[in-house]
Ligand binder design. Sequence first.
Ligand SMILES: Nc1ncnc2c1ncn2[C@@H]1O[C@H](COP(=O)(O)OP(=O)(O)OP(=O)(O)O)[C@@H](O)[C@H]1O
Ligand SMILES: [Mg+2]
Length: 232
Amino acid sequence: MIEVQELYHSFKIGKKGKEKEVPVLKGLNFAIQKGEIVSIVGRSGSGKSTLLHILAGFLTPDRGTIRVDGTMTTSFTEAERAAFRLSTYGFIFQNFQLMPGLTAFENVELPLKLGGVDRVSRKQKVKELLTLVGLTDVQHHYPNELSGGQQQRVSIARALITDPPIIFADEPTGSLDSETEQDILLLIQSLNRARGITFVIITHDDTVAETANRIYRMHDGELKEGGVTHAI
Ligand SMILES: Nc1ncnc2c1ncn2[C@@H]1O[C@H](COP(=O)(O)OP(=O)(O)OP(=O)(O)O)[C@@H](O)[C@H]1O
Ligand SMILES: [Mg+2]
């Protein structure tokens, strides 16, 4: 589903005229199959978020190609990338990134509202997803009236609302206690099984990584398939 070839990226840091190139991704080659849960592990600063930003089209790589279902997304214009992102990807973040002034219901509804979907279809879809993630009782609560686990469920429902085939999650349980982490990981696994959604999960955490079908390790600018070591 996602095929990456010879992907390179470096950042320029320092004052103008004295910039230094810091290579972060040094020729990645890997693939993610449809319906998989893949985790990407690696030390802080190893380039995991950089890779995710490039996969999602927020950042243009220096070199290399990405194909999604055969479509070369690295050749897209800015507008094409934005449209492709909206229809293909959902996102889950460590800090949930909910809108504080909107209720759980309204947060989940927002992407459909922005997409111009009519009110009746919106309500129906939001209700369905709130039920799926187990939040019907607290749907009218604001984010600061919800627990961390409930907030992450809202953000998962929001990621699902446009039916994206791929969901990127950057440390999705990084702000949760271990019991709540388990609940969220079980929810991700059941969504993967029931809906065939492909998940790409970035994490430091072995427990999280081990819920994946496959683990990739980011090390020295390269990505290799393999088990987790406790050195991370
Ligand atoms: N916009 C930027 N400008 C310059 N350097 C950057 C920029 N973004 C990231 N970097 C550098 O690129 C490297 C990789 O950063 P990245 O955020 O991808 O790491 P990470 O693996 O996600 O780390 P963490 O686990 O701490 O989130 C780091 O050395 C970082 O300092
Ligand atoms: Mg990161």
